[in-house]
Write a protein that binds this ligand. Structure first.
Ligand code: HEM
Length: 415
């Protein structure tokens, strides 16, 4: 059994070839200590990733450096945790406060609520396609897959949705580049300003309550008390980050796949009832949220190895989702995959709370593009995926051409 490894999983070349690296790790040492970045465990096979994700008591999510129990709780944001990364106010708390908060968020996330907002989703999707459909060329990431979830997420928290580009640019830069990259550093330099702006927004909502999630969080009692402005900003940060970049990435990769696999595109156009299954398969294969980290709260055995209290544990959803022990043809996109217990939304008590929203938005957006731009062709020379960030995958830009069509004529949703 390989005792330990020493690899920089943040290195751009490593990331570029990560599927091959993950396959080797899964086969040779699925639970292994990596000496790099101060030392942490790398968990890559489905069974072990699922075991960690299910056990929130042993593998904490919370971010609490120098906690009273002596553990440096590292949070979920990667190894090393980039400086200036604020606490993600839902993901990086545990215990009763986390359970209470999910109870407050849930009513807007359950299937019934998502179905009630379907007509708004259709409207926003139709509008952004109207804005490009007469021209015959567009960027499906920048002009469509980014603004639609951006607007819908900001509306959910009650913020002015015409600001979508401001937030999208920030979360795209921090998701697509690595700490140290110029684009990443430029974005994180804005963290302070954004924190202040979100704080101003929370204070505004305290004065002027609306029909939105922020107002509901302000009114909530979490673990027996009201939350302060900073705590609410952290929650908004998590919701906006979660709602913006991941859905954009999923839709972008899905449209890339369909743009490069004409037989799959034809099947979905001929039979739109296959779209939801295809979305599940894109979630498995691409896993927009690729990996996260946890902190061990006690000594524990996993995969024959002894993880110690306080150790940092890196779990790779994308590697688990490519585990051949779990999925036939794991390295192929099988749009009608039957058994698809993927971990694209995570698992356990912190499983993605926005999964219903993400599914409906993605199905609707991919369906709308196939219906209205059925012959789109990707300019593969100008197509650019994220250059490398071990936590997220996505697409920076995807220029396409297509036969121009007619506007649907929906009203300006911002008018
Ligand atoms: C394709 C789209 C999406 C993907 C792939 C995705 C993936 C994930 C994953 C892997 C987790 C972590 C689970 C864990 O730590 O065990 C997560 C958590 C979370 N997601 Fe999503 N997500 C998506 C869309 C959304 C949307 C649309 C929202 C908001 C409306 C959202 C909000 C959140 C929040 C708040 C959490 C933290 C939940 C908690 O810790 O209790 N996500 N997501």
């Amino acid at each position: 059994m390989t005792e330990s490894i020493d690899i920089d999983h943040q290195d751009r070349d490593w990331i570029a070839d990560r599927h091959a690296h993950y396959a080797t790790l899964r086969a040779e040492c699925p639970v292994v200590f990596n000496e790099h970045h101060g030392g942490f465990w790398m968990i890559t096979d489905y069974e072990s990733v699922a075991a960690v994700a299910r056990d929130n008591e042993t593998f904490a999510h919370k971010y609490e450096p120098d906690a009273p129990d002596g553990i440096d709780y590292h949070g979920i944001c990667g190894i090393p945790r980039p400086a200036q990364t604020p606490r993600m106010g839902v993901s990086e708390i545990d215990g009763p406060a986390h359970a209470d908060l999910r109870r407050v968020l849930n009513p807007r996330m359950v299937t019934k609520a998502v179905e009630a907002s379907r007509s708004r989703m259709e409207h926003i999707s139709a509008w952004f396609l109207d804005e490009l459909i007469e021209s015959g060329d567009a960027d499906l990431v920048l002009d469509y897959a980014t603004p639609v979830p951006g607007v819908l997420t900001l509306e959910m928290v009650g913020m002015p949705s015409t600001n979508w580009r401001y937030y999208a640019d920030f979360f795209h830069a921090t998701s697509s580049y690595r700490p140290g990259d110029e684009e990443f550093q430029a974005a994180v330099a804005r963290v302070g300003d954004m924190w202040v702006e979100l704080g101003d927004y929370v204070r505004f909502r305290r004065e002027s309550p609306g029909d939105d999630l922020t107002t509901e969080i302000i009114a909530a009692s979490i673990d027996g008390r009201s939350l302060d402005d900073d705590e609410i900003v952290g929650i908004l940060w998590n919701l906006v980050a979660g709602g913006l970049d991941t859905t954009t990435s999923l839709v972008s990769w899905g449209l890339h796949h369909l743009g490069t696999h004409p037989e799959d595109r034809r099947r979905l156009i001929d039979d739109p009832s296959l779209v939801p299954g295809a979305v599940e398969e894109f979630l498995r294969f691409y896993s927009p949220s690729e990996s996260l980290t946890r902190t061990a709260t006690r000594d524990v055995e996993l995969g024959g190895r002894r993880i110690k209290r306080g150790d940092v544990v890196f779990i790779s959803w994308v590697s688990a989702n490519h585990d051949p022990e779990m999925f036939d043809d794991a390295d192929e996109v099988v749009i009608d995959q039957v058994e698809n217990k993927h971990l694209g939304f995570g698992l356990g008590g912190h499983r993605c709370i926005g999964s219903n929203i993400a599914r409906v938005e993605s199905e609707l957006m991919i369906g709308d593009v196939l219906r209205r731009l059925p012959d789109y062709e990707i300019d593969l020379d100008r197509f650019r995926p994220y250059p490398g960030n071990v936590l997220m995958t996505g697409v920076v830009t995807m220029p396409v051409t297509f036969t121009p069509g007619a506007r649907s004529g929906v009203d300006d949703p911002f008018g």
